[in-house]
Design a protein around this ligand. Structure first.
Ligand code: 9MR
Length: 653
């Protein structure tokens, strides 16, 4: 049986009796909410209504929490609170049971524009082979590293000698460059541009200019240029360019390990082909010769891979220990490449059968092929089938947001890079929204971003530099080695997952066990945690898509394939409220007897157990009366601020 736990809040003295002794936590999107958007917070250990107060302390909205339900990913008993009626831009406090539990609630327009810009700008910070100048990089300026102008072929390629393979983005916290992971990353960023060209044509975020290219396309081209170098004249695409092992915690310029082009694979070649086919139609209006170069490269890679379907990179060759991005079945990559080539060329011979109801990640590209088909009904006879798959998965995602923590994530989604799963779920929902105009998909997509920016059981934004609390010690070599306190901004960390692959005893590279028994809280903000706190291009790209697309939609843009009414001119669209009618908290005990069960204190991490009762050290929030435990007539009571409460939080005197 689970022991009863009660949270007692201790702090400085206040004279007045306050109405609750319990430390509720309200989890919010810490970056903010758009005035016209649906708005929700997740409440744990709450009691009674939630009040929202403006900067002058006036209550501007009172919201009744919905009935509580348990989220098995965190073990918390959660009440969802709809406060969509709060539409006036400003900074607000959240009061629960009469206590201010947080003061960082923001409502503003263009809410995620800076998040988008930072997420996109991070790709600039990841550029190999060039110095980052102070005028662009500020305090994160650094010398050039990894010129990669004379890279040896590893014998796993079957080639000999060396090639020049400069530019491209570092994959993650390491300095490797991997075609498979570049594939889904570059696809995601290109598709953002393709869906909202007019919006992204003019949006800028202080990166070096590349001719007349919009910033988004200038950034992407830096990686396309590298990818193109990874193709041999017969169409072969090499799998990766890395050293034999991961470097130490050094800046790029200090990494002197020899680098190699390693392996080749059908997966890499199809990923390359799909990306180049997409790039070809996007760059055409800006640079027709670059576009045809991309298309020729795409066709050659596709042809090579189609006759080498059994060439896989299943594991590292002996003596190599960098990332694998392994594969043993290239049919999903072929589906992606064939779909993009068919769209670009109109050549029906590229069409592949099938689509998928699963969101993509680097190891499964069938979901993005589904997007391609569903959004090009004039090209694919099975577009409707693809659309139905988008909608059936999206419906399941919407359903998940109705209970538990009010997020799309489920327990099973907490894999290595869980935050990318959350971002890609948001993108999937946006596709459902584009295809139907149904507000419920938009609302759930916003929920996906809410999760990433603070409405999660860790009560933190997973994007460096954004929100009241965000990662400070990501597994990212430049952020560790640059001597700058703040990590490079705009990075989405991998996020919680229970695998604990980085838990162990070798102090420098391994972490003490940070797992909690719950998937959604198995996370540590430490440099050692490559399994929960690394950053990666394939995780940042979907964050950039999600934040960027939400901004573009709200600036009045919509993809050309979208149904009427998808664009949301700021303030003009009244989104469906996520409020559910007729539910109230009245039947719900104000304090969960099991606390959150996760070992994570929702208010402060500094708590102590006293005879099975957990005392919480003063939180930054205003629970400021000392709480004293008293035994009276064989019963335990809590005295606080002149009031007495029973252990369920009910005031008894
Ligand atoms: O994102 C990858 C994840 O799906 C795998 O489970 C994990 C272990 O193989 O590797 C992740 O990718 C890493 C890559 O291999 C090397 N660069 C850092 C990547 C992020 O951790």
């Amino acid at each position: 049986m689970e022991s009863k736990r009660v949270i007692l809040v201790m702090a400085s003295t206040v004279a007045a009796c306050v109405s609750t002794a319990f430390a509720a936590t309200a989890y919010i999107n810490q970056v903010g909410y758009r005035p016209a958007d649906p708005k929700e917070l997740s409440l744990v250990e709450g009691s009674g209504d939630v009040e929202i107060q403006d900067a002058s302390g006036n209550t501007v909205l009172t919201a009744t929490p919905k009935a509580a339900s348990v989220w098995d990913a965190s073990g918390q008993n959660v009440q969802l609170v709809d406060f969509s009626e709060l539409k006036e831009p400003g900074k607000y406090s959240v009061k629960v049971g009469g206590n201010v539990v947080r003061g960082d609630l923001v409502v503003k327009e263009e809410t995620y524009k800076d998040v988008f810009k930072a997420a996109a700008k991070w790709f600039y910070y990841q550029r190999a082979s060039m110095a980052l100048e102070e005028q662009y990089a500020g305090k994160w300026a650094r010398a050039a590293g990894h010129l990669d102008d004379n890279v040896q072929f590893h014998n796993s390629t079957g080639a000999s000698g060396s090639i020049s393979s400069p530019k491209g983005w570092y994959d993650a916290g390491d300095y490797g460059k991997y075609i498979v992971n570049s594939g889904i990353t570059t696809y995601t960023l290109l598709s953002l541009y393709e869906h909202f060209p007019e919006y992204f044509k003019t949006l800028k975020w202080n990166i070096p200019a590349d001719g007349q290219l919009p910033d988004l396309l200038a950034e992407i081209k830096y990686n396309l240029d590298w990818m193109l170098t990874m193709q041999a004249s017969d169409g072969t695409v090499y799998h990766k360019l890395t050293a034999l092992g991961f470097p130490g915690d050094v800046m790029p310029a200090q990494d002197s390990d020899a680098r190699y082009v390693i392996g080749k694979s059908a997966e890499a070649a199809f990923d390359f082909a799909g990306v180049m086919a997409l790039a070809s139609r996007i760059y055409k209006p800006f640079d027709a010769s670059y576009a045809s170069k991309c298309l020729e490269a795409a066709k050659k890679a596709y042809t090579w891979a189609s006759s080498n379907m059994n060439v896989h990179f299943k594991a590292n060759p002996a003596g190599v220990s960098t990332g694998t991005y392994e594969g043993s079945d290239a049919s999903d990559e072929k589906l992606f490449a064939g779909t993009e080539l068919a769209i670009t060329t109109g050549d029906a011979s590229y069409k592949q059968s099938g689509s998928s109801a699963n969101i993509s990640y680097w190891g499964d590209m069938s979901g993005v092929a589904t997007y391609g088909k569903a959004t090009h009904a004039s090209v694919f006879s099975d577009a409707e089938e693809a659309k139905q798959k988008v909608l059936s998965t999206a419906d399941k995602f919407v359903e998940r947001t109705q209970t538990g923590f009010g997020v799309v994530m489920s327990k099973e989604d907490f894999v290595w890079g869980s935050n990318a799963a959350a971002s890609n779920q948001g993108i999937w929902l946006l596709h459902a929204y584009y295809l139907t105009g149904d507000q419920k998909y938009y609302t759930a997509a916003v929920q996906a971003l809410n999760y990433l920016l603070g409405k999660n059981p860790l009560d933190m934004s997973f994007v460096t530099g954004f929100g009241s609390k965000s990662p400070m010690m990501p597994h990212h070599r430049p952020s560790t080695a640059d001597g700058v306190e703040e990590p490079v901004p705009g990075m989405l960390v991998g996020g919680p997952q229970p695998g604990g692959e980085d838990v162990g005893s070798a102090a420098e590279w391994k972490c003490a066990d940070y797992r909690t028994g719950f998937a959604a809280t198995a996370y540590t903000d430490q440099r050692c945690s490559y399994a929960t706190n690394e950053v990666a291009i394939n995780w940042n790209a979907p964050l950039a898509y999600l934040a960027g697309a939400l901004e573009a939609l709200n600036a009045g843009y919509a993809p050309d394939f979208a149904v009427e009414g998808v664009a949301r001119a700021a303030g003009k669209v009244a989104p469906e409220s996520s409020a559910s009618v007729g539910q109230s908290s009245s039947s719900v005990a104000p304090v969960s007897s099991s606390s959150n069960g996760s070992g994570i204190d929702p208010v402060s991490s500094s708590s102590v157990e006293v005879s099975g009762i957990r005392k919480v050290a003063p939180a930054a929030t205003a629970h400021d009366a000392p709480a004293i435990l008293r035994m009276k007539g064989g019963k335990l009571f809590v005295e606080k601020g002149g009031c007495r409460f029973d252990l369920m939080g009910n005031r008894v005197r």
